[in-house]
Design a protein around this ligand. Structure first.
Ligand SMILES: O=C(CO)[C@H](O)[C@H](O)COP(=O)(O)O
Ligand SMILES: [Fe+2]
Length: 240
């Protein structure tokens, strides 16, 4: 298996050479959970070992589905004070929701670059609002589209299904994108999302993904703790 450097390279922005090594993080997607019972479902996932919550925001325009927006995220934050919240912004105009999502207590704002004209302008606004930046690409988007922005990103999300719906089949042919990113950016946080679970985790981890979104496979599991722990252990196995 490939070995990855344990420390991040010299960071010119903060002059800090002692950054944390990359870690395995498991973030359940609550898309297919009981959304009418979101706080309890989320708390259960956290109690079962989730490292963060992956909140799928859809606007019915960028994707043919609707979920929820910042009012819901803000209510969830009132119930869950400590957890790390990522919003996966499947929206046509990600710039529009930066301030309300920051106000709702979001930690990581991951947006799709496909509809955005000035990606750097959006990343700058996210950082100024106090959130970390995630850059997401759909299955049809080549990885080189985001290459020039990686230095300003905290994480890159490689979609392994067509965004819009939970419960779809994992697209293994996205793994070359993950491998390319890991080879060229040994310390980058690389996230995969869509159809990831115990059956597909090895492929993702081997390619170099270290942030793992898993919806159906975790939420629907008889033993959530066991599945989360299994996913994390597989990723850890490739990091060490
Ligand atoms: O962004 C998404 C869909 O657009 C979801 O995060 C993703 O589909 C997770 O659900 P599952 O693990 O069931 O595929
Ligand atoms: Fe997602």
């Amino acid at each position: 298996s490939p070995t990855y450097p344990k420390t991040r390279p010299h960071c010119s922005a903060c002059n800090n050479t002692n950054k944390m090594p990359i870690q395995a993080k498991i973030g359940p997607s609550i898309l297919n959970a009981d959304l009418a019972n979101l706080a309890a479902e989320s708390q259960k996932l956290l109690d079962n070992g989730a490292d963060y919550l992956h909140l799928d925001v859809m606007d019915g325009e960028f994707v043919p589905n609707l979920t929820f927006g910042h009012p819901m995220v803000k209510c969830l934050r009132n119930h869950i004070k400590e957890a790390f919240f990522e919003t996966h912004m499947m929206v046509q105009n990600p710039e529009q929701w930066i301030t309300p999502m920051a106000d709702a207590g979001v930690n990581l704002y991951t947006f799709h670059v496909e509809p955005v004209k000035d990606v750097c302008n959006v990343t700058r606004q996210i950082q100024e609002a106090g959130m970390k930046v995630g850059l997401a690409i759909k299955p049809g988007t080549p990885v080189n589209v985001i290459e020039k922005y990686i230095d300003v990103a905290d994480l890159v999300l490689v979609m392994t299904v067509e965004p819009g719906f939970g419960g779809q089949s994992f697209m293994g042919d996205m793994m070359p994108k993950v491998e390319w990113l890991r080879t060229n950016y040994p310390n980058l946080d690389i996230e995969v999302d869509g159809g990831v679970g115990p059956k597909t985790i090895d492929c993702c981890a081997k390619a170099g993904a270290n942030w793992i979104v898993s919806g159906t496979a975790v939420v629907g599991a008889a033993d959530q703790r066991e599945v989360i722990s299994e996913l994390r252990n597989v990723v850890k196995g490739y990091l060490n």
